[in-house]
Design a protein around this ligand. Structure first.
Ligand SMILES: *[C@@H]1O[C@H](CO)[C@@H](O)[C@H](O)[C@H]1NC(C)=O
Ligand SMILES: *[C@@H]1O[C@H](CO)[C@@H](O)[C@H](O)[C@H]1NC(C)=O
Ligand SMILES: *[C@@H]1O[C@H](CO)[C@@H](O)[C@H](O)[C@H]1NC(C)=O
Ligand SMILES: *[C@@H]1O[C@H](CO)[C@@H](O)[C@H](O)[C@H]1NC(C)=O
Ligand SMILES: *[C@@H]1O[C@H](CO)[C@@H](O)[C@H](O)[C@H]1NC(C)=O
Ligand SMILES: *[C@@H]1O[C@H](CO)[C@@H](O)[C@H](O)[C@H]1NC(C)=O
Ligand SMILES: *[C@@H]1O[C@H](CO)[C@@H](O)[C@H](O)[C@H]1NC(C)=O
Length: 292
């Protein structure tokens, strides 16, 4: 019995090129040169192959569909020949692991712009409000559906409506002067994004507007329709001038960050008191960042 097996093992080790390749699911792979195997081969009277080959131990035929080898808990391999039963253990000869499927890639790379305006007030980041500090994926990335601006000469506050998650539930997050603030000098304009529309660029003005200090003075948005290819401009919201900025070229705006103190008063009502929107940063994604 042992002799028969070793003869077959020798034959298989030698005749590797003519043997048919078939996927196997083996419990482990051992080099024919490993200390655990070499004495065993020697005992069987098998010539130690040079260079060494990998032997699959306890192999069973595996079903392979694409890159999925259906070999949970084992190692999927192709061996140069049908496994040989040596003392009841099926040993695959000259086995090469089948590469596993690459992990599904749905992670998005995001870029956060610098802060425009001032860092006074409480910092906010709407993206981490939704998904924490974890990886952003196509499943949990928020999308902006509307932004309502409360503004006079400068931007007092804004409220962003996001759709997020598999259910695409809508959430509105306010920053600075609230939507319900009543001040006849305070305008109330909503930028609404239609189906297939995303914000691809933001430009604006920041600067010191007495007596309110450094603020976001103006915002203008470029909106692109991924279906028609058309683009449109919304704004400017606010009219004061200072230092111009543009954020563009990094894909789609997915969320706002910045600094604000939430209040039910306009900047004009607050005068020098703390409150309203102070600064904004823009969080964009340019799509998945998967290895090619
Ligand atoms: C995977 O292997 C198990 C057990 O060998 C088998 O029942 C199942 O049908 C296989 N699945 C596929 C997709 O081949
Ligand atoms: C994210 O990380 C920052 C600092 O790295 C921390 O201050 C903040 O609490 C974290 N946010 C969440 C939602 O985990
Ligand atoms: C401003 O607009 C928002 C949304 O369009 C609305 O909810 C809010 O009541 C408006 N505020 C005022 C004072 O008109
Ligand atoms: C949005 O884009 C999809 C294709 O991506 C298209 O089938 C659909 O008609 C578009 N909807 C509108 C309202 O433009
Ligand atoms: C775009 O992203 C790159 C790298 O992530 C960054 O260096 C650059 O400042 C970004 N541009 C803008 C306008 O935010
Ligand atoms: C604004 O007014 C609303 C309704 O009166 C109140 O619930 C909210 O707490 C107020 N917000 C601030 C920041 O004072
Ligand atoms: C997105 O931007 C990052 C950083 O700038 C870059 O490494 C990556 O290749 C970009 N991905 C796409 C799909 O453009």
């Amino acid at each position: 019995m042992l002799l028969w097996s070793s003869a077959l093992l020798v034959a298989s080790l030698v005749a590797t090129t003519t043997a048919q390749l078939e996927p196997q699911c083996c419990e482990k792979l051992l080099s024919s040169a490993s200390p655990a195997v070499e004495p065993f081969l020697a005992l069987l009277g098998v010539t130690i192959p040079i260079p060494p080959v990998d032997l699959g131990i306890c192999c069973k035929p595996a079903s392979v569909s694409g890159c999925d080898s259906n070999c949970t808990g084992g190692i999927a391999v192709t061996c140069a020949g049908i496994p040989v039963s040596v003392v009841g253990v099926d040993i695959g000869l000259d086995c090469t692991p089948i590469p596993p499927c690459p992990p599904p890639c749905n992670t998005l790379s995001t870029t956060t712009s610098q802060l425009f305006g001032s860092g006074v007030g409480d910092a906010f980041n709407d993206l981490t409000t939704f998904i924490g500090n974890g990886t952003v994926t196509t499943d949990d990335v928020p999308s902006i559906k509307a932004i309502t601006f409360r503004f006079g000469t400068v931007i007092d506050g804004l409220a962003v409506t996001y759709a997020q998650g598999t259910s695409q539930d809508l959430t509105t997050i306010q920053h600075g002067t609230s939507l319900t603030t009543v001040d006849s000098g305070l305008m109330n304009s909503t930028l609404t994004l239609g189906t297939n529309e995303t914000i691809i660029a933001v430009s604006g003005q920041t600067g010191n507007h007495s007596p309110f200090g450094i603020r976001v003075l103006q915002l203008t948005f470029t909106i692109s329709n991924s279906f028609t290819g058309a683009s449109r401009v919304a704004g400017p919201f606010g009219s004061a001038t200072g230092k111009a900025f543009t954020v563009a070229g990094n894909g789609t705006l997915v969320a706002l960050g910045g600094n604000a103190v939430n209040t039910n008063l306009s900047l004009n009502q607050l005068q020098t008191a703390r409150g309203g929107l102070y600064g904004l940063s823009f969080i964009t994604t340019n799509g998945t960042d998967c290895p090619q």
